[in-house]
Design a binder for this molecule. Structure first.
Ligand code: ADP
Length: 489
């Protein structure tokens, strides 16, 4: 099948989180299964810088093209390269006004958040490029709110055009809490017929809601773990769209994300100071020493090193982490933190780091190489997420023999088997349910106690390292969903 992937992020070129990782690795697995994939993403400044750093030449595939819709017009250039280490075509939609920004999701220089305009332009540009370049996908696979308009456009008229007559759409929710919400006035930006201004379409309680449109109009909807697929149909986790999702549950499937096991392999990872594998773990101890050195912390035998690598937003449980940290440090842990996000969290974490500089190091920023070193060098990874659609960090940690300490929510339930003293044979981490600092600390404390039990610990590490989180199985499930979408008419 010919599949067009439209996404705001692609790792390693430009990413802020899991969406980028998935867009960089799922296409490879699908190509291995015989699908013919093309990817479209915006040419963000980060992407341009990545290509320059990596001396990648971008081929201009179309002259600057006027993209017109409703009362709008903006110019797009289309460039092409391949997804790194593959021959999968990667098309970049360039427009400096919209995409040449410091941050991938930054508002305009004057502070106005023009996200809806930017990604409407992107979706329109993708369609225009398909027309001009003769790209006729069987499946249009859109991801998150940024490209949610593609299934809507497909149903609103594109299917009447011969090129797209047989094209079907799949929409993947990577995080239901970012929905692409705009004021009612934004509806005119979208260039849709007024019948789409309806609670059965794009309107949601008087506002524009792009994700709702993607969910309603896609032929199939997926999300990134089976447990999250269940959770988002409940009022507690449905972020206002649970009713819509329940009513359309016949076309909703949870498919667990995989990870790119080649880029994330402790045996070959060039970022890891001393490579290691499940059968040869010396390198992990050396990587821990190197990480402690980087962090300015002194190595002490039997002192567990806990880490936290994350966007610093409330979703990730930073409000639980900050009070619990003090207790973990007092209980004798070393803690290293890498994150960026909301300044209130950055400042609070920095303060904890500064006040405990002999036990704790906080790096504020986004640093992929350092993230790899943290997964390799730590004993435990903290993930006290309030909600977690899938979570990749815990899978990276497991693969690197780092035992995850997680709140049992979303995809963390599908990937972490919490230790409970009766299941050491299969457990691979520690888990808690109630979102409180006390329960987080108690859970981490249980981990710290077991860290001293060498046999138990080795078993936990081995269980994690032997789990298969490769994309192979999930790619087969996507294949099944694509086939189901093709049957829609
Ligand atoms: P989310 O997509 O919600 O941020 P995931 O667990 O699915 O969470 O994916 C997070 C990805 O982003 C992982 O690859 C993780 O290593 C990476 N990441 C998060 N914060 C940072 C950071 N500050 N520096 C480097 N990588 C980070």
């Amino acid at each position: 099948m010919r599949i067009l992937f439209a996404t705001a992020e692609v790792s390693p070129i430009a990413k802020t989180g899991g969406l980028g990782d998935v867009s960089g690795s799922l296409p490879k697995a699908l190509a291995k299964h015989g699908h013919d994939i093309v990817i479209f993403m915006p040419l963000h400044r980060q992407a341009r810088e990545w290509f320059t750093r990596n001396r990648t030449t971008l081929e201009e595939v179309l002259p600057a093209t006027q993209i017109m819709w409703a009362n709008w017009a903006a110019e797009a250039s289309f460039l092409r390269t391949t997804l790194p280490d593959t021959d999968i075509p990667l098309y970049l939609v360039a427009n400096d006004h919209f995409f040449n920004r410091e941050q991938i999701y930054a508002p305009r220089a004057d502070g106005y958040d023009d996200g809806i305009e930017r990604f409407t332009f992107f979706c329109r540009a993708v369609i225009r490029a398909c027309e001009l370049l003769g790209i006729v996908p069987d499946i249009l696979h859109a991801h998150d709110w940024h490209t949610a308009l593609l299934p809507v456009y497909l149903s609103s008229g594109l299917r009447g055009m011969t090129e797209f007559a047989a094209t079907r759409s799949v929409y993947t929710i990577h995080n239901l809490n970012y929905q692409g919400i705009g004021r009612a006035a934004h509806f005119s930006v979208l260039g849709l017929h007024s019948r789409y201004w309806s609670p059965d379409a794009i309107e949601h309680f008087g506002q524009v809601n792009l994700m709702k449109g993607g969910i309603i109009f896609a032929d199939q909807v997926t999300t990134v773990s089976p447990n999250y697929a269940h959770e988002i149909q409940t009022p507690a986790r449905g972020a206002g769209l649970d009713g819509v999702l329940r009513s359309l549950s016949f076309k909703l499937t949870g498919i667990l994300n995989g990870i790119d096991i080649e880029s994330w392999d402790p045996e070959t990872d060039p970022n890891v100071p001393s490579n290691y594998s499940a059968s040869q773990m010396n390198g992990k101890a050396l990587s821990k020493r190197a990480l402690l050195d980087d962090a300015g912390l002194r190595w002490r035998a039997k002192t567990p090193l806990l880490s936290f690598v994350s966007r610093l937003v409330d979703q990730k449980g930073v409000d639980l982490l900050i009070p619990a940290l003090e207790h973990m440090l007092r209980a004798g842990a070393h803690v290293v933190i890498l994150g960026s996000g909301e300044s209130r969290y950055e400042d609070a974490l920095m303060r904890v780091g500064e006040a405990n500089s002999d036990r704790c190091r906080v790096w504020i920023g986004f640093d992929n190489a350092l993230a790899h070193r943290l997964y390799a060098g730590s004993d435990m990874l903290l993930m006290p997420s309030i909600y977690e659609p899938c979570g990749l960090n815990q899978m990276y940690a497991l693969r690197y023999g780092t035992v995850p300490v997680v709140r049992l929510t979303g995809g963390l339930v599908d990937t972490v088997i919490p230790f409970d003293a009766t299941n050491a044979v299969e457990a691979n981490g520690f888990g808690f349910v109630t979102p409180s600092p006390r329960d987080l600390f108690t859970c981490a404390w249980l981990g710290m106690l077991n860290f001293k039990e060498t046999r138990t610990w080795k078993q936990l590490q081995a269980n994690g390292m032997s789990a298969d989180f490769s994309w192979d199985r999930s790619a087969l499930e996507y294949d099944r969903i694509y086939r189901r979408a093709m049957m829609a008419f």
